[in-house]
Design a protein around this ligand. Structure first.
Ligand SMILES: [Zn+2]
Length: 199
């Protein structure tokens, strides 16, 4: 199934970014607000995709089985986050050192702006776990956002973790970002469901 994206175009007429209203397969060639507007096509960027973190296995010898290599961010849907059980897709991580949960292209602050927060929907199968989660700029070897003391109150209940972005580390130009995680202590594993950069 093809991945669909939401895009943002730079509208010269309105002097602002304009997002597409729906997910689509290819970038818009006109302003979503008005086809008569002038846009700067080189500033068109992916801001979201309908790709979710899909698939998992119970292979306990491998701490992280699925890595997204699709560009664009992955977001959780509107209307709130519902409680999910073990039947929900997730990417598990119980690595003792930071390892990749998902990677994506960030367009750079010049084009996309500077995100303020990373929202991560994650749960665990053992709330004795203490995890660490970060967004890492692989291109420039900088930590964009990090929480080294991620804890949970229940098993198998999704929680939203907010990581504050270190704005000074956000690159001006495009870079590859990775969502990385590790288990610091305790039992079980981190189970990642979705995440998004918020601007
Ligand atoms: Zn416009």
């Amino acid at each position: 199934m093809a991945v669909l994206y939401k895009y943002r175009v730079w509208c010269v007429t309105e002097n602002t970014h304009v997002p597409t209203a729906s997910f689509q397969a290819s970038p818009p060639t006109t302003c979503p607000n008005n086809v008569a507007h002038t846009i700067t096509a080189s500033k068109t960027a992916v801001i979201d995709s309908d790709l979710s973190l899909e698939g998992h296995s119970e292979d306990t010898s491998n701490p992280h089985e699925v890595t997204s290599t699709q560009s664009g961010s992955i977001s959780y849907g509107g209307g709130g986050v519902t409680l999910k059980d073990d039947s929900s897709p997730f990417i598990k991580n119980n690595s003792s050192s930071y390892s990749v949960v998902s990677s994506f292209r960030f367009g750079g602050s010049t084009q996309d702006g500077t995100p303020s927060t990373v929202k991560i929907v994650v749960m665990t199968n053992d709330n004795s776990i203490v995890g660490a989660i970060r967004v890492y700029d692989v291109t420039n070897s900088l930590v964009i956002a990090e929480d080294t003391n991620v804890t949970f109150t229940s098993d198998d209940v999704s929680e939203i973790k907010s990581l504050s972005v270190t704005g000074g580390n956000v690159p001006a130009n495009e870079a590859i970002f990775e969502l990385q995680a590790k288990k610091v202590s305790g039992g079980g594993e981190l189970r990642f469901q979705e995440y998004t950069l918020q601007f």
